[in-house]
Structure formats: C-alpha cells, structure tokens
Design a protein. Sequence first.
Length: 75
Amino acid sequence: MTVTENGRRRAMSKLELVFSQLINKAASGNEKNFKLFLEMMNRFPPEAATVRLDRDDQEFLQNFLRVAKEIDDKY
C-alpha cells in the first residue's frame, strides 16, 4: 500500500500499516490500542524480530490483527 507520511509518499505492507496505526493511536492516549500495543510488546519483544513464529504465536498475531482492525474501524 502507498501511504503519505509527513507529506512524503512511501510503500508499506498492510501489517506495517496496522502496526503504525496501532502505535499512533496508543501514543495519542487510546486506552484499548495502548493495551493491545503492550500485549504485543510483551509477546513479541523487538529483540525477537528474527525468531520464527510457532503455530500458537501465528494464531495470536492473526487474532491480534483482527482485533486491532475492529478497534480501528470503531474509531
């Protein structure tokens, strides 16, 4: 997807876009998005970025993205 940030266009995957929106809403004080963000950071800390996800973690991530989209659609 192509998005505009700070007046500049750039390509982002849908996953990057979802996380970007989540982080922005969490930073702006949205409590639900902040809780989701904390849950993601606890489950997938930045240092684990190169770790291959097992089936449970893949399912968790899919559910997380579904919930984040539902929350985003409400606001």
